[in-house]
Design a protein around this ligand. Sequence first.
Ligand code: SME
Length: 175
Amino acid sequence: MHDAGRSTPWTGQGPTGVGPKATLYHDLAVELDGLLTGETDLTANAANAAAAIYHSLPDLNWAGFYFLHGKELVLGPFQGKPACARIPLPRGVCGTAAAERRSVLVGNVEAFPGHIACDSASRSELVIPMLADGRLLGVLDLDSPSLGRFDEQDQVGCEALVAIIVRHIAPFMLS
Ligand code: SME
């Protein structure tokens, strides 16, 4: 049964995609925190987080998760076209972010050596590692059909979103 105290179903009432980026990310962070609160299932929360991000941030063609399994990343919940299921570290933008445990912002994917083209429409990409107490859980991957879609404000905003997501999912992930 729906708990009236939670912000599900997703309303999309918060971020509009047109205001200042700081406001957009602040509002999305608040909405996301409410959306994930009270749910303990990893798949349910990762799926809702991917959908919330994809439908709130403008100009994306893919948003979703890869989770670390051994020495490779395995596709998790996402929005967008079907993507490669497994990415060995440190391949691609995702594998680089995971191996180096840092956010990787790519203004032009064609200029990134080893970029893995899942959707030929993608032109720029932002990947944020998910870290919980020093343990790498996986990455959040965002793709855009526009060159230079992401800037440092997007990186900071998405890192804040990932911190919220990690807080909600890490306790319920198998070690
Ligand atoms: N482009 C990514 C692969 C994942 S898709 O973009 C969804 C990469 O180079 O790692």
